[in-house]
Structure formats: C-alpha cells, structure tokens
Design a protein around this ligand. Structure first.
Ligand SMILES: Nc1ncnc2c1ncn2[C@@H]1O[C@H](COP(=O)(O)OP(=O)(O)OP(=O)(O)O)[C@@H](O)[C@H]1O
Ligand SMILES: [Mg+2]
Length: 227
C-alpha cells in the first residue's frame, strides 16, 4: 500500500547542511507493523514527517496505493489525512480547552462530516475511555491522554497509523497498555509505523527498521511479532 522510494531529505545549505534522510527505501503492506529505531538525530521523525505530509522530501518518492503523495500540496493532502493516514505524537497534541470527546470529534468537524458524537463515543469506548468522555486533557493521566489521541487518529478509519514515540512519555506499564492498543489496531487490519527508543516495545512489531545517520542500517524480521 505504501512505498518509500529512495527518499532523501536535507535541511539547510552550505556548512549548515544536514542530511536527515539518505536514500531510504522500504514498503509497507496491509497489516504490517514496523518499528523504527535508531539513535537521536538519525532521521526517525523526519521519515514519519515526509510520509505523513508534514514535510517535503528533497528527492525520491512516496507512493500510496499507486499514487505519488510526496508532491501534493496541503489542500490535496487533506483528503489523505481524512481517509488513509493518521498521526499519533509523543506529546499527544490535544486541545486543552476541549473535552476528550470533543478532541476525538475534531477531525470530523474539520472534514465537514457533522458532529459525529455517536462515533466519537464509540471509539472512546473502544480505547477504554468510555468513562472519561467529559474530562479535559489536564484531568487525564498521560496514558489516558494518549488513548484520546489514538481515538482521534481512528475517527476517520485510517488504513495507516504513524506514531512518533507514542509511549515516550510514559512509565513502562502504561507504555505496555498503549502498545496493546496498537497491537489490537494492527490485528484489526491497520498498518502501523511506530518510532520507538524502547527495545521492549519494538520487539512486539513484525519488523524493526534501524536508522543511523539517515540511512537504513538494519532490518529485523520478527516473524509476526511477539504477542
Ligand atoms: N527543521 C529542521 N531544520 C534543520 N535540521 C533539522 C530539522 N529537523 C530535523 N533536523 C535535523 O535532522 C536530523 C534528523 O532529525 P530527526 O528529528 O528526524 O531525528 P530523530 O531520529 O527523530 O531523533 P530523536 O530520537 O531525537 O527524536 C537531525 O540531525 C536534526 O538536527
Ligand atoms: Mg524524533
């Protein structure tokens, strides 16, 4: 479904030039669960950003369902975010003044799909937050806030979920719970690309891609991932 072809990304020019990604290629098929690992500054977030349309690449192609998406402008990418690719961040990025339910419903509102309260409630229940729908982010634990962010990512039924260190702000126990949620989404048929520093988390993916200095230096197939 997704092909990353010879993707390179450089920031800046001259002596300030940084090669964040260099000739990265891999593909993501339906049902894949890929963990991206590598030292700080190796290009992990940059990779997710160019896949998710948050940043332009310098050369190469990103092809989704047979169609190039790396050269789309912001308006055209809206359609893809609406239906196909969702993002989950380490810092949750919830709106503090909105309740959990309102945060989850936000993408529906933006897409002009009405209020979608029922759908929002159903998805919040699905991530185990049926009893927290009226809480504001500040009234929720880190793990709960990440569940809201995941629910928000799911509201438009994406086929691919990009997650940048989604468990990075949590203790190990809570991180395991969030991982369990991603595993469930994967079993339900969604493809996942997850950046993580935590080997205990990464070993549950089906494949680990290791980046260093913007290049893929290793790919570890884990035969379906540890359950
Ligand atoms: N907007 C930017 N302008 C200039 N350089 C950048 C920019 N964003 C990232 N970089 C550089 O690109 C390289 C890759 O950064 P990236 O954020 O992808 O690393 P990362 O692997 O996600 O690291 P971390 O584990 O610390 O999150 C780094 O050297 C970084 O300094
Ligand atoms: Mg990063």
């Amino acid at each position: 479904m997704l092909e990353i072809k010879n993707v390179s990304k450089t920031y800046g020019q001259g002596t300030a030039k940084v090669v964040a990604l260099s000739n990265v290629s891999f593909r993501v098929d339906e049902g894949d669960f890929i963990a991206i690992m590598g030292p700080s500054g190796s290009g992990k977030s940059t990779l997710l950003n160019v896949i998710g349309g948050l940043d332009y690449l310098s050369s190469g192609e990103v092809v989704l369902d047979g169609k190039r998406i790396d050269n789309l402008d912001e308006n055209d990418f809206v359609d893809i975010r609406r239906n196909k690719i969702a993002y989950v961040f380490q810092q949750y990025h919830l709106l503090p003044s909105l309740t959990a339910l309102e945060n989850v419903m936000l993408p529906l509102t933006f897409c002009g799909l009405g209020k979608g309260e029922e759908k929002g409630l159903e998805i919040l229940k699905g991530v185990g937050l049926g009893g927290r729908t009226e809480h504001k982010p500040s009234q929720l634990s880190g793990g709960e806030q990440q569940r809201v962010a995941i629910a928000r990512a799911l509201v438009n039924s994406p086929s691919l979920i990009l997650a940048d260190e989604p468990t990075g702000n949590m203790d190990q126990e809570t991180g395991k719970e969030i991982l369990g949620l991603f595993q469930q989404l994967n079993v339900d048929g969604r493809s996942i690309i997850m950046v993580t520093h935590d080997p205990d988390i990464a070993q549950h993916a089906k494949e680990i891609i290791v980046l260093q200095d913007g290049q893929i230096i290793d790919r570890i197939n884990q035969k379906g991932g540890k359950q």
